[in-house]
Ligand binder design. Sequence first.
Ligand SMILES: [Zn+2]
Length: 372
Amino acid sequence: MYANRADGTYAGVDNRKLHLNMPAVFIYGVGLEHRPVLLSFKLENHPDWQVATQLERLDGNRFRAPNYYYFFDSPTMVGEIDRRSWQSSSDGRKYTIEIALMHEGTDEQLDKYAENVKAIVEEEKAIFGELPQFDFGKYTFLLSFNPWVDGDGMEHRNSTVCSGDGELSDDGKAMTGVIAHEFFHAWNVERLRPRSLEPFDFDKPNMSDELWFAEGFTSYYDDLVLCRTGIISQEDYLNALSNGVNQVWNGPGRRHRGPIEMSRHAPYVDAAVYIDPVNYANTFISYYTYGNVLGLCLDLSLRNRKGDLSLDDYMRYLWQHFGRNEIPYTVADLEAALAEVTGDKSFAADFLTAISAAANCPISKICLPKWA
Ligand SMILES: [Zn+2]
């Protein structure tokens, strides 16, 4: 195994830890995806090392997954780990939220950081009205902020890996953006899930029409949640938002593809790039950025229609009708849900027509016309 890249995607092994993203570490046999998996660590030579993972612990350092889909979704960190945990209530249940962190900083820095992570968890819970029903009653933030790791964030069913070469600083406010983004995915993507990604195919790219919503709306909420918790100022929030609006509104790529088509390019962008020369600088806008701005447009439009309506209501409706019971959605479902929430079928149809446009997505039609 070649493991020199500790991040949310690959593997990193050094004298202080094992940082394991399972698809980068373990092979699987075609046709064996539904077999249970047993994972066992022998740590006799490392008495101070601990294991952090969303996998079910059987005893000691033995863990199990019901099948390969679950196993591949369960990154695992082993080493000298600092932990903080607390309880969060939801729908009559109590969940343990845990930070498992490797870093170079102090206990005081971690305490302050944990306070901010806690605020983010509670703020996002308020948007959806409840926490997801985390397996075994627990969600784990697997964090590695060391100078030699690579920056990344990856969502999983009951955990996330966030990594970077930054440090806990600024009163525990640094390195919180990735937390706000990845924890939002516990609802939007992990459970409120596009039908196009089910079941996941390990052998070929998995194309999805919905990443403008799955990644983009999550991106809209990450900074918004930081602003609502007071971790970033309103001024910083608006500056970041303006950057996104400029990138989309003035980006030449908008003339070539709409948000759905941009979503279909995921196998060629982000961390999946090929070396083939392409003209993406002029023909592509990331579905993260595009979707972030579409989230803003829809939020403003909803707030403009009725004083008490906002994008939070739409997200909560989708959670209650799809995510909570893990019913995969389609683009048509997103339209029908918008019609329900607004009581206006033509508004919902206009929005989805805009999203589906092959080029020049008419953002101005779905947002305040003044913006155009
Ligand atoms: Zn994401």
